[in-house]
Design a protein around this ligand. Structure first.
Ligand SMILES: Nc1nc2c(c(=O)[nH]1)N[C@H]1C(S)=C(S)[C@@H](COP(=O)(O)O)O[C@H]1N2
Ligand SMILES: [Mo]
Length: 439
């Protein structure tokens, strides 16, 4: 029977209170309250900010304003206000950015779920709106929860599966991020004062070992999150935090290896799998799409059949692979870093400088932008545009060799692009045509 209730009435009221999720008594965990919600909220505030920034940076790395082939969200309008020319230094820039974005995103999943769990009574609150301000707050909450789930789900699916969403991952994840961050910012502004108050109190009292059966004395702050009829606690608040943190740690430990080689990569149980086994040897590093998957006909890559077609100010030249191999060759140690978060350590690529190829077609100084097209006939990644600063970098190569050997078919034989600091998708494999200037 409820505290201070009239006998009989109390029991009926109690039953009504527990029957529907919109009644506060339905939610019985003594862990819910401003304390747990505030701690999780602060972790997410930091984490989501990093995710948002690295996400925006990742989009900029595609150089989407350079050419339509690079841009998966051409209708973005002012949302592209911040775009900048992606640099080529430091050469591990995209590797770091994307490793942080994906690894942190996966690590935060338990925190996000715990946070949603901690505020779930609020989602069922009735009446839906008590005032205009309350209505706005609830709409922002809906966008916040929906946006968060949407961003995490699309992100994880893009990493783990052959993408299954209707529509391009890039478009959905990009627009979803803006909806989410707008709701997130509104939420932070609305909730920061209360969260700060809660956390200041938390610093004053030391972390209690067990939640008291009646949280009212410890949680004098008025809160609709505190259950009016809490069940006896089965775990302390400290224990609950360990549970969430342990989940995060487990996800982190089974993801982070995808940014490294050798034994560490094998600990990345959650990294994309099911692709081709790269085997060992000079070409034994991660493969994204195999030549077979991309529909590359081996006949078209033979010495007799394949010609690189380079076009520029002074016309077009056709180069066999043997001809290319007699041009001045240079080496560069550069990683492959995919938007999916995995990356390789630096590989030793050897080939012709992009700026030397530009010089062959009339750009002796100040090489322009270039459009790269592969032998591949279908698929979004068969073409990419590189900006002039990327072409000019002496480490940017049309690579013929890697780690002292011919490129393998799966790594782009007869020739592939490799550019410092660029996302994997700009490192086009099975290159057939390069068009300088006039994108
Ligand atoms: N023609 C072509 N080039 C491509 C791709 C592709 O699908 N087709 N995938 C790109 C992507 S997304 C990445 S991450 C890298 C991966 O290179 P790797 O398979 O040699 O590791 O290749 C890039 N080059
Ligand atoms: Mo990629």
């Amino acid at each position: 029977m409820g505290r201070g209730a009239v006998p009989g009435v109390g029991r009926a009221y109690g039953r009504a209170m527990t029957r529907s999720p919109s009644s506060p008594g339905f939610w019985r965990s003594p862990l819910r309250g401003p304390w747990l919600t505030s701690v999780l909220g602060v972790v997410l505030l930091g984490g989501v900010t990093v995710l948002f920034v690295t996400g925006l940076v990742s989009y900029a790395a595609y150089n989407p304003n350079l050419a339509s082939v690079n841009d998966k969200t051409p209708e973005k309008g002012i949302l592209g206000f911040y775009l900048f020319s992606w640099p080529t230094d430091p050469h591990w820039l995209y590797r770091l950015n994307q490793g942080v974005h994906v690894t942190l995103g996966i690590t935060l999943i338990p925190v996000l779920l715990a946070k949603l769990w901690s505020v779930i009574p609020r989602l069922f609150e009735l009446p839906p709106a008590r005032s205009l301000a309350h209505a706005l707050e609830r709409i922002s909450l809906l966008l916040l929860v929906g946006g968060a789930l949407f961003e995490f789900v699309t992100g994880v699916l893009n990493i783990q599966l052959d993408y299954v969403f209707p529509g391009s991952f890039y478009t959905l994840h990009f627009y979803g991020a803006w909806v989410f961050i707008a709701a997130f910012a509104a939420h932070v502004v609305l909730k920061a004062p209360a969260a700060l108050r809660n956390l200041r109190r938390l610093r004053e009292e030391t972390l209690p070992d067990r939640v008291p059966p009646d949280p009212v004395p410890r949680d004098p702050l008025p809160s609709d999150l505190v259950s009016p009829r809490p069940d006896p606690p089965t775990v302390s608040r400290r224990g609950a935090l360990w549970f969430v943190g342990g989940g995060s740690l487990l996800l982190f430990a089974t993801t982070v290896g995808q940014s490294f080689d050798g034994l560490l990569r094998r600990t990345a149980l959650l990294a994309p799998h099911g692709g081709a086994d790269p085997g060992s040897g000079p070409n034994g590093f991660q493969i994204n799409k195999t030549a077979r998957y991309a529909g590359i006909d081996p006949v078209e890559t033979t010495e007799d059949a394949w010609r690189l077609v380079v076009t520029g100010r002074t016309g077009t030249v056709h180069l066999s692979r043997a001809r290319l191999a007699r041009l001045p060759l240079h080496s560069a140690a550069l990683p492959i870093a995919c938007v999916e978060g995995w990356s390789t350590s630096d590989q030793w690529w050897r080939g012709v400088r992009l700026r030397d190829l530009a010089a062959l077609v009339g750009y002796d100084e100040d090489p322009p932008d270039v459009l790269i097209e592969s032998l591949q006939r279908r698929g979004a990644f068969r073409r990419a545009a590189l900006r002039a600063n990327q072409v000019a970098d002496p480490r940017s190569l049309l690579a013929l060799y890697v780690n002292g050997e011919d490129l393998s078919p799966d790594h782009g034989f007869p020739a592939r692009i490799i550019v410092p600091a660029a996302p994997g998708v700009l490192n086009t494999k099975w290159v057939a045509r390069m068009t300088f200037g006039d994108l």
